[in-house]
Design a protein around this ligand. Structure first.
Ligand code: ARG
Length: 625
């Protein structure tokens, strides 16, 4: 998606300062031949492809020269000659290269000043001070069903996007759109009530089994029966299908009846239904806690929350002439799209889409969200396309202050097994999320205990329970980072060996860089060494510093693009530049006091930024590993 909010210009955002300086220079250079509108001027500042050429480059000359009918190198020189003092003092003398690139090398003092400016709790990230509001649809589990890997994604991608906006100072409403009001839950409820099960005493596993049985029982194979008749498969097969059809019909009738009684508020049914929810949510919150995800009862805005808004929703569409009858049902039609959106079934009941229409209105008009982000499986793309279009048609994207809200689906891909097919257990079942997390934690622990066995490991002196805690953090980081670092829309292969590795683009690698930094800083404290003014002398210090200075814009971009993987990319790059720095630049040993103070300061800032970035993904940053 496009930018959701404009980039703010901050003193530590050097790219934007260069941009402003060059824009002034270009306008001045064009003063005589004003065929170009000032607003259209883009200096095209990019990070340099290779540090040999500088830190940044300005690529405006080529296209500008074409418009002016001049030589690009000449245009570049013209602009440089008009550079304002505020731009010149930031940089070493500019160089024109190739067809007309302007190579920009920042003066070491510019970098040091910018770093000093970001060295406060903001760490260079802008803050909206609650002037913007976003609603994030996350988790969305179905009651009576075990959480599976898909819900992992809906939960952690949603939580990260919510944290991202929280970090930017937005008002954030987490919305857990529980599946708790439709026919599937009524089927489970009906089956449990038929079997006279004490719902309060069951586990989620029991519920899950009941759910599956109810589903299987209710899978009415009417089409199969018709086909059997048509193709004449034989009396025995037809009798079997007929029996199944009847059984299914009875179960479905019972489920419909239960749904009706639930929806009309019959006390006993509602009480049982509430127990189902409690059992389910107990486990969901436990899992959320393991994952470090901020998900609490107050975030529940399940389908049932909208129960009293469903009829008015349908009415509103009818009154606006946007819903038409189609074989007894009510549908919304869209220009140029064959598929209509069904908002009421012929029996008068509403559906998943109806709750989503009511929910969208609530988020925009009651919560006042200017942006509503839906972290839901890519397979629901059509559903959201239709829902969003229907909401726009009826005008519910208009906020209380009359501005327009945007509704955005962040469709995520599937988690695949090694065979590149949706992840299944050996017996062909869906992996429960719990099983997956338990395995990751066990792997993390093994890894951490093994490392602690070597006598010079920083963790050698820790107790087994301390090592367990670190191992748990490593296991969870492995899974979360792997998920969040892949392009949201893409499927990825679940490979625990790769995820838990301390090398490569992994969570444990980032955590390890952090622990290393924490180790250096702890040692410095023990030695009484203090940090001081930053001096940028070596290429590695420069690279590390420039990386740190990109933090604010990396976070803003991740939010604007709703792309958690951009945070991960930033983290990986920072961990890499730090490791390169650490290899080339001794911090505590072999350097004079000023250098040591400067490098300690760089380490301190790097540790803070790394921990901050990891915290947006709610990944723990242990100080020893
Ligand atoms: N319960 C749904 C499912 O498991 C996901 C809910 C997503 N959110 C929404 N507003 N529809 O498929």
């Amino acid at each position: 998606m496009s930018q959701t909010h404009a980039r703010t210009s901050r003193p530590d955002d050097l790219a934007s300062q260069l941009e402003a300086g060059f824009r002034t220079a270009i306008i001045a250079a064009l003063a005589e031949c004003t065929s170009v509108a000032a607003a259209q001027i883009d200096p095209l500042i990019k990070a340099a492809a290779n540090p040999i050429f500088g830190d940044f480059q300005a690529n405006f000359a080529m296209s500008l020269a074409k418009t002016l009918g001049k030589n690009p190198r000449e245009v570049a020189q013209m602009v440089i000659d008009c550079a304002p003092a505020s731009l010149l003092e930031l940089c070493d003398p500019f160089e024109i290269a190739g067809p007309g690139f302007v190579n920009i090398r920042l003066r070491p003092e510019t970098i040091a000043t910018a770093l000093a400016q970001m060295d406060n709790p903001s760490l260079g990230v802008s803050n909206a001070n609650h002037t913007h509001t976003v609603a994030v649809d996350l988790c969305g589990v179905n009651v009576a069903k075990q959480m599976h890997v898909g819900h992992l994604r809906a939960t952690i991608i949603g939580d990260t996007i919510a944290r991202l906006f929280e970090r930017l100072g937005w008002r954030v409403h987490r919305q857990n759109h529980l599946g708790d009001w439709g026919l599937p839950i009524a089927m489970t409820l009906a089956a449990l009530r038929r079997a006279k099960v004490d719902i309060a005493r069951v586990t989620l596993d029991d519920l899950n089994a009941a759910y599956r049985n109810a589903q299987a029982q209710g899978r009415d194979d009417e089409a199969g029966l018709a086909a059997a008749h048509a193709t004449g498969v034989g009396a025995h097969r037809i009798a079997e299908l007929e029996a199944q059809h009847e059984g299914a019909a009875a179960a479905i009738a019972d489920a419909h009846d239960t749904l009706r009684r639930l929806q009309s508020g019959e006390r006993g049914v509602v009480a049982d239904w509430q127990k189902l929810i409690d059992v389910t949510m107990h486990e969901v919150y436990e899992t959320a806690q393991v994952l470090g995800v901020d998900l609490k009862p107050e975030h529940n805005r399940g389908e049932s929350f909208f129960r009293d808004r469903l009829a008015p929703t349908v009415d509103a569409f009818v009154k606006a002439n946007l819903a038409v009858r189609d074989a007894g049902a009510l549908v919304v039609r869209f220009d140029g799209r064959e598929r209509p959106l069904l908002i009421q079934k012929s029996d008068g009941t509403s559906l998943y889409a109806t709750t989503d229409l009511a929910a969208a209105r609530y988020r925009v008009q009651d919560l006042g969200a200017e942006l509503v982000v839906y972290c839901v499986d890519a397979r629901q793309r059509d559903h959201f396309k239709d829902v969003f279009d229907a909401v726009k048609l009826i005008g519910w994207t208009v906020r209380p202050d009359h501005s327009q809200a945007s509704l955005v689906h962040v469709p995520f891909g599937a988690v695949l097994g090694a065979d590149k097919r949706p992840l299944k257990t050996r017996s062909g079942e869906n992996f429960t999320l719990k099983a997956l997390l338990d395995e990751a934690i066990a792997r993390g622990r093994r890894e951490v205990h093994a490392r602690a066995a070597s006598p010079d490991a920083p963790t050698a002196s820790l107790s087994p329970s301390e090592l367990d805690a670190i191992g748990r953090a490593v296991g969870i980081a492995a899974i979360k980072y792997a998920d969040l670092s892949s392009d949201v829309g893409r499927d990825y292969v679940f490979d625990l060996d790769r995820m838990v590795s301390f090398e490569g683009d992994t969570g444990p690698y980032a955590q390890y860089a952090h622990a290393r930094l924490a180790g250096i800083l702890a040692k410095a404290t023990a030695l009484g060494a203090t940090s001081g003014a930053i001096v940028i002398a070596t290429p590695q210090e420069r690279a590390l510093a420039l990386n740190l200075l990109r933090y604010g814009s990396a976070i803003e971009d991740a939010a604007a693009q709703l792309a958690p993987n951009r945070i991960a990319a930033f983290i990986f790059e920072l961990a890499n530049t730090f490791n390169a720095f650490y290899q080339a630049c001794p911090v505590l040993r072999g350097s004079d006091e000023a250098t040591r103070a400067s490098r300690l300061h760089l380490c301190d800032l790097t540790r803070k930024v790394l921990a901050d970035a990891l915290s947006i993904m709610a990944i723990e940053a242990p100080s020893r590993m």
